[in-house]
Design a protein around this ligand. Structure first.
Ligand code: ADE
Ligand code: ZN
Length: 337
């Protein structure tokens, strides 16, 4: 069995996926046409050619522009279903997906339209593809905390269908401390908490996410490696890091996949997971992240199995469901060896 085949069959979860970042140029054009929205690109090839980023902000500018074609519930449902079809083929069994409501409500698309469309796509994915999922609402950190509070208010009628909240968008200059009150309010409503930290921002932002926000997971966390005391803390707490190698490559967080710190993270005892972030923009879905990273770093079978197990033990699934997925992984490995 090739490594790619082994990876495809290995049950795994995706814990770091922005659904707006799964908008492929083909669908972008289709939705633009459907909704009468002109795009500043002539063709799908033109769009792809524009995906050359030097940093996170370069990407975010084009990502928010692309999301402008999403208008109706059906648009959000189609977007979600297109993503689920691709990851189901990669052997993904569960997804905890981010969505950015403010990107849409600021354009006049109601919160209700966004979430109802996504929930419809998630439901259909579970029935037709067998992939389970839950939603993580992300606050945009380049906006102020009052805007985040307004989004939490929009979410009130849907709190039973939202697993948690996250923090994304432009990291540097927008430390976690800016959102301490809205994270506290979110926790009080029973929501799980995650935050992007240490993607471009310094280790201090990871400390803040832990100490001031009280997060349950860190998204990315690459720059934590610059601070030995922080690594020690993350290992001691068994804190899950949702690492995204192809994203890191495309956004110049690393300059070569061979230099990616994932293997080092595992060696240090950090609970790393492997994820795609914004697959339509970064050159690959979950399976491509796994195979390309495994090839570049020479990940062993044991390391691949650890990553798969971390993706479930780091998830917000109930303990019995996690146990079932772990047993499936063990059965798969036993059958193959
Ligand atoms: N929004 C979408 N993808 C993101 C990323 N990688 N970092 C921060 N915000 C994002
Ligand atoms: Zn992200």
């Amino acid at each position: 069995m090739t490594t790619a085949d082994f990876i495809r069959g290995l049950p795994k979860a995706e814990l770091h996926l922005h659904i707006e970042g799964s908008l492929e140029p083909e669908l972008m054009f289709e939705l633009g046409k459907r909704n009468g929205i002109a795009l500043p690109f002539k063709s799908v090839e033109d769009v792809r050619a524009a995906y050359a980023f030097s940093n996170l902000q370069d990407f975010l500018d084009i990502y928010y522009q692309g999301a402008g074609v999403l208008i109706t519930e059906d648009d959000f449902k189609d977007l979600a279903l297109a993503y689920f079809r691709r990851v189901a083929a990669d052997g993904c069994k569960h997804v905890e997906l981010f969505f950015d409501p403010q990107t849409h409500t600021d354009r006049g698309v109601p919160f209700r339209v966004v979430i109802e469309g996504l929930l419809a796509g998630m439901k259909e994915a579970e029935t037709s593809l067998g992939v389970t999922s839950s939603l993580i609402l992300c606050y945009l950190r380049h906006l102020d905390e009052d805007a985040a509070f307004a989004t939490l208010k929009d979410a009130e009628p849907y709190l039973d269908r939202i697993m948690g909240v996250g923090l994304d968008s432009s990291e540097v200059g927008h430390p976690p401390s800016k959102f301490a009150r809205v994270f506290k309010a979110s926790r009080e409503r029973g929501l799980k908490l995650v935050a992007h930290a240490g993607e471009e921002g310094p280790p201090a932002y990871v400390w803040e996410a832990l100490d001031l926000l009280g997060v349950d997971r860190i998204d990315h966390g690459n720059r934590a490696l610059e601070d030995a005391a922080l690594v020690k803390r993350l290992v001691a707490e068994g804190m899950t890091l949702t690492v995204c190698p192809l994203s890191n490559l495309k956004l110049c967080v690393v300059h070569d996949l061979k230099a990616h710190p994932l293997k080092k993270m595992l060696g240090l005892g950090l609970k790393a997971t492997l994820n795609s972030d914004d697959p339509a923009y970064f050159g690959g879905y979950l399976g491509a992240n796994w195979t390309q990273t495994s090839d570049a770093l020479g990940l062993t079978k044991d390391e691949l199995v650890t990553l798969a197990k971390n993706s479930f033990t780091g998830s917000f699934l109930p303990p019995q469901t996690i146990a079932r997925h772990l047993a499936d992984i063990d059965a798969y490995v036993a059958k193959g060896s």
